[in-house]
Write a protein that binds this ligand. Structure first.
Ligand code: ATP
Ligand code: MG
Length: 770
């Protein structure tokens, strides 16, 4: 059905092989084709045709034992002699009752006795006289269905029974009993024909007397057991390519070849196995035609289809035994085809030669293409691939020749491909390619090592920090305990001192009293001097004891401040100059400075005296001959500043912070030349603080010392509970007026003042009572 082949017409009705070369093909037109020369003779259009074959192609053609060709046509039956190229027509003639019973012959058949049989719509007729054209006709019970395309097929078994496949079931004709029997599809019964449209009848090659194979349009293959009268069915579900089976031809190996609507199938009736062939194996198309099949001489088979004719010797149709070589043909990363030629290509050899491939983790899409090197029917080659370490099982890709992988995690893989040739022979070894996807730097083993060390370092730092903290905490605790014990000890010490001191005081007072009474009596001057020393030391001892008692009182918080408002300038001056005689004896100059002559300040005179005396006596003590002691007083904003400055030995800088500590002396050696116990400054400081003031020292070693006292003005007012207000007028000692005078007359020293007090005023009476 190809213009170039010069055979036209939609479908082939019948095929006949006359000899090796000559093939008769009937479509709408009858053609005689010489295979060897390629010559095709068209019987209708050939003006030299020997006789008429009817105006259409014959429905069926046979070659009789004598080499004549018989055709069944719409114009009856023709008998053609290839040697003479003459034909004779057996034509329907209504007047001739012995002739062909009907105009149209559906099929022509030669039986075992070389008789020619013709099937028409209503009769099955036997040609009993070849020359006279006399037929013996047998009428069917029901006429055959008329179908433009499909005509009955006839087969005679060994018993002589005729089997006629029709559009309406299977007829069996017994010529001796002249009976017809019909096998038809009965949906209620299981083992009946599954389809009444019979296209072909073929005896089983192994069991021709017992079993007939029937090709149907829609029911596939039916296996008819003559003795039992049962039908078994072979359809697509058994492996048949299609349920429309046109022709069935047996080969010499016991196989049946079936032409279907979906290719050709080789059926093994013993094993019930189908081996299917399609257009890729060289068929004209996948679709074959009704009636277009013929078993030729020497077993050659002819099958006609919608696009032409296939003819072959079944023995030559062999499976391709060659195991194909499998190769990789292409590597694609994303859309880029990777070649060796490109610079920096990851391929050093062609992909088919590469056995190991190194890729980075950021290749998202990796595609491999591969091929089986078998070109018999390349489109029938099948493939399977597997990425070991990623795919568990083989992936059967059919005829698809590529595999794509996306987002492969870093790691080692082996890509394997295996494949088949067109006949399904697998190359199980296939081809393998080692694929390594390198991880990014942050997930390499080195990176993990770094993470680990960092982690350990952090752990270490946290641990050591924690340990440090604990140690500090413990240290603090320890220090606290230490200071607590120290404080307790200190407390114990001072209370012990206080208790002892108190016990010292009464006997000391008594001793002093005795010494004074002896001194005032009339004794020798020599003895008097000794007594004076005793007196002085006893007094010193008393002062010390008093100081200790003062300190413990301060510590206990029971020291009361008896503050009064006085002129601090005259008060200081009087105390300062009371040291004049002592200073003179040591050749020390005393200097007093004040911007103002009257600075009122609230203070406790007794305590202030102790403060100032302490500082001045220190200054006198630590200043050598020709030195100078200066007391200055000034008002700076809200503060009153008192400075006691000397030009004495000074205090080394590192000792300076300790001088206000109790019993601290810069030179504490027993051999030191200065007397004292180291309590004076401690007391002084406490007393100043009681006044809400502050004291600090500045000194340069060897050059002199300076003590600076700051008193806030009016600060004491708020501390009413501590203040004992004393009316100014009651204390003549601090009489401003008087001090003024004193100030004015600087010639008069403090001691003289006291003298004046003694002489000019009433006597003081001391009453001791218990
Ligand atoms: P105490 O006053 O109890 O009789 P002391 O004078 O030695 O004994 P503090 O007045 O407390 O004790 O003085 C403590 C120490 O400070 C002194 O021993 C001395 O070393 C040093 N110091 C105090 N004042 C001066 C000063 N003006 N110049 C040099 N050193 C001084
Ligand atoms: Mg002192």
């Amino acid at each position: 059905n190809d213009p170039s082949s010069r055979i036209t017409g939609f479908s082939i009705r019948s095929i006949l092989q006359e000899n090796d070369d000559i093939i008769w093909i009937s479509t709408d037109v009858l053609y005689k084709w010489n295979r060897r020369t390629g010559e095709i003779k068209d019987f209708e259009t050939d003006s030299n045709r020997p006789d008429d074959f009817g105006n259409t192609g014959p429905w069926s053609m046979i070659k009789s034992y004598d080499g004549k060709i018989w055709t069944a046509t719409t114009e009856g039956v023709f008998r053609y002699d290839p040697t003479t190229e003459k034909s004779r027509q057996y034509k329907f003639n209504p007047a001739d009752t012995l002739g062909l019973p009907q105009k149209e012959a559906f099929a022509v058949f030669e039986d075992h006795q070389k008789n020619i049989w013709v099937a028409t719509q209503n009769y099955f007729s036997k040609l009993i006289d070849l020359d006279k054209g006399i037929f013996k006709s047998f009428a069917y019970q029901t006429p055959l269905p008329y179908n433009q395309r499909v005509r009955p097929v006839i087969y005679q078994d060994k018993k002589g029974l005729f089997w006629i496949g029709t559009r309406n079931g299977l007829l069996v004709f017994d010529q001796y009993n002249q009976t017809f029997f019909t096998y038809k599809n009965d949906p209620t019964k299981k083992f009946t024909l599954n389809n009444d449209n019979i296209n072909s009848i073929c005896p089983d090659p192994a069991n021709p007397d017992k079993i007939l194979w029937l090709g149907t349009s829609g029911g596939g293959l039916n296996k008819f057991n003559i003795d039992e009268g049962t039908f078994a069915h072979f359809t697509e579900s058994e492996g048949l390519p299609n349920n429309v089976v046109y022709g069935i031809l047996p080969d010499r190996n016991g196989n049946l070849w079936l032409s279907t609507n979906k290719g050709l199938s080789k059926f093994n009736p013993k094993k019930n196995i189908f081996r299917n062939y399609d257009v890729l194996d060289g068929l004209q198309s996948n679709e074959f035609n009704t009636g277009a099949f013929y078993l030729g001489k020497n077993g050659e088979m002819f099958f006609g289809g919608i696009k032409g004719l296939n003819y072959f010797y079944p023995d030559n149709v062999k499976d391709n035994p060659y195991i194909p070589r499998i190769v990789l043909t292409k590597l694609k990363l994303g859309d880029d085809v990777i070649t060796v030629k490109k610079n920096n290509s990851i391929l050093h050899k062609t992909i088919s030669e590469t056995t190991k491939l190194l890729l980075t983790y950021d290749e998202d899409v990796i595609t491999f293409e591969f091929a089986a090197l078998d070109f018999s029917a390349p489109r029938k080659n099948r493939y399977a691939y597997k990425l070991e370490n990623f795919n568990k099982d083989w992936i059967y890709s059919g005829s698809v020749r590529s595999a794509t992988f996306t987002h492969l995690p870093p790691g080692k893989y082996i890509f394997r491909v295996k494949g088949t040739n067109n006949d399904g022979i697998w190359n199980e070894t296939g081809v393998a390619l080692e694929l390594i996807i390198t991880p990014p730097w942050w997930s390499t083993i080195w990176a993990y090592l770094v993470y680990l060390t960092l982690f350990l370092l952090i752990l270490y730092f946290i641990r050591s920090y924690e340990l440090n903290r604990l140690r500090l905490k413990n240290q603090l605790k320890l220090e606290k305990v230490e200071t607590d014990t120290l404080r307790n000890l200190d407390h114990l010490k001072s209370s012990f001192f206080a208790n002892i001191s108190h016990e010292f005081r009464t006997p000391l007072t008594l001793i002093l009293g005795q010494i004074e009474s002896v001194m005032s009596s009339d004794i020798a001057t020599k003895e008097k001097g000794k007594l004076q020393i005793a007196n002085r030391n006893a007094r010193r001892l008393l002062t010390l004891i008093n100081q200790i008692l003062d300190l413990s009182k301060l510590e206990a918080g029971s020291m009361e401040l008896k503050a009064e408002q006085h002129n601090i300038v005259s008060f200081l001056k009087s105390i300062f100059y009371s040291f004049e005689s002592l200073a003179e004896s040591k050749k020390i100059t005393l200097k007093f400075e004040s911007d103002l002559s009257n600075i009122p300040l609230k203070f406790d005179p007794d305590k202030m005296e102790k403060i100032i005396c302490n500082l001045i006596s220190n200054a006198l003590k630590f200043t050598s001959e020709n030195g100078e002691i200066k007391v200055s007083i000034m008002v700076i904003s809200n503060k009153i500043k008192i400075i006691v400055k000397d030009t004495g030995i000074g205090i080394p800088e590192n000792r300076l912070p300790h001088i206000f500590d109790r019993f601290y002396q810069v030179d504490s050696s027993i051999t030191r030349e200065y007397e004292g116990t180291g309590i004076g400054l401690a007391l002084t400081k406490e007393l100043i603080e009681l006044h809400k003031g502050s004291i600090y020292a500045k000194s340069k070693f060897g050059e002199g010392t300076e003590f600076i006292i700051d008193f806030p003005r009016g600060e004491l007012n708020s501390e009413n509970n501590l203040l004992v207000e004393i009316n100014d007028e009651n204390i003549s000692f601090t009489d401003n007026e008087y001090l003024h005078d004193l100030h004015d007359d600087s010639e008069i020293t403090m001691s003289e003042e006291n003298q004046l007090l003694k002489t000019g005023q009433k006597e003081i009476v001391l009453i001791v009572e218990d």
